[in-house]
Design a protein. Structure first.
Length: 144
């Protein structure tokens, strides 16, 4: 009978450490919660930063709209192509480069982990895509 970190007694077989790792792929329960909270914090930080950048961009556009109305006519069509780059770049970075360093909860991801990653990605990106498509539709309705 041995005692591991969480203070709970466990019977170890010949390959006891492997058996415990198979039963607890994410470590102890407090470690899983800690990793999940860290991943969610970083995820929402990136998302909030993208939204703040988007809001700042529109504030600047409104300022230019009041000062330079002719520039506004040019900018609103150019922004159809610039907004997705500004808005989606942090999200793209997060799910590609930042995935391994932030969402360590899925470090042992197999097919199920990849499915969860894709579902999370779509859950974040689809609302932005729908809002963007609706905005494009409204702007194109106003096309002269």
């Amino acid at each position: 009978m041995n005692v591991i970190d969480d203070g709970m007694p466990h019977l170890w077989a010949a390959h006891g450490t492997m058996a415990i790792k198979k039963l607890r792929p994410f470590g102890h329960s407090w470690q899983s919660v800690d990793l999940l909270m860290r991943a969610l914090t970083r995820f929402f930080t990136k998302t909030v930063m993208a939204l703040l950048g988007f809001a700042l961009l529109w504030i600047l556009i409104l300022i230019y709209n009041t000062i330079f109305p002719v520039l506004w006519e040019f900018l609103r069509y150019v922004l159809l192509f610039i907004i997705p780059l500004i808005l989606f770049w942090p999200i793209y970075w997060y799910f590609t480069k930042g995935w391994r360093e932030t969402v360590t909860l899925f470090k042992n991801r197999g097919p199920v982990g990849k499915l969860i990653a894709h579902i999370l990605f779509l859950a974040v990106v689809l609302p932005f895509l729908l809002i963007y498509a609706f905005g494009c539709f409204l702007i194109l309705l106003d096309w002269k």
